[in-house]
Design a binder for this molecule. Structure first.
Ligand SMILES: [Zn+2]
Length: 168
């Protein structure tokens, strides 16, 4: 990849960098292992003494209210269907984003969505594919998809790029 000007209006420049990043997922390692098995898991606080027990997706290892360990669970009917809570259409991506979506066979403009799953108290950020940006709307029913074992990619990345959504 060469350094230099990509476009002049808007001005976009490429600055190649090489950085090796070792990331430890710790107690939420299971979330990324399950994504590679085509499952989206949330975590719930099951402490009966918790004042505000919630279900988190993306998961949290320990409850932010009572600090007790959380329990893993599927949300919704089968853990794959939700609704768009909000979205944004990306025309001018930040550093690395365009390369990331190219790796999974996607392109710009890209639709970033926050998906609300039944039974989850938080929303998960991801991308919406197979949808014209003109047709996306808040409340649209969507379904989780996984890149592993597709024509695009056989192996999991063990990152949030392993998951995306399509209109249901
Ligand atoms: Zn709790």
């Amino acid at each position: 990849m060469k350094k230099g000007v990509i476009t002049t209006n808007p001005l976009r420049i490429r600055i190649p960098r090489t950085v090796e990043h070792v990331h430890n997922y710790g107690k939420i390692s299971r979330y990324f292992r399950e994504l590679a098995q085509h499952r989206v898991l949330a975590t719930s606080c099951v402490n009966p003494k918790c004042l505000r027990p919630k279900t988190y997706l993306p998961p949290r290892a320990d409850c932010p209210e009572c600090w007790e360990p959380m329990e893993w669970k599927l949300v919704g009917s089968d853990g794959t269907k939700g609704k768009i809570a909000t979205f944004s259409v990306v025309h001018y991506p930040g550093a690395g984003y365009e390369e990331d979506i190219k790796r999974v066979g996607s392109k710009l403009p890209s639709i970033i969505v926050y998906v609300e799953f039944p039974g989850a108290d938080t929303k998960i950020m991801s991308r919406l594919e197979n949808c014209d940006p003109k047709n996306v709307f808040i409340g649209m029913e969507v379904e989780a998809r996984f890149w592993k074992n597709t024509a695009i990619r056989q192996r999991a990345t063990h990152t949030c790029l392993d998951l995306y959504f399509v209109p249901a």
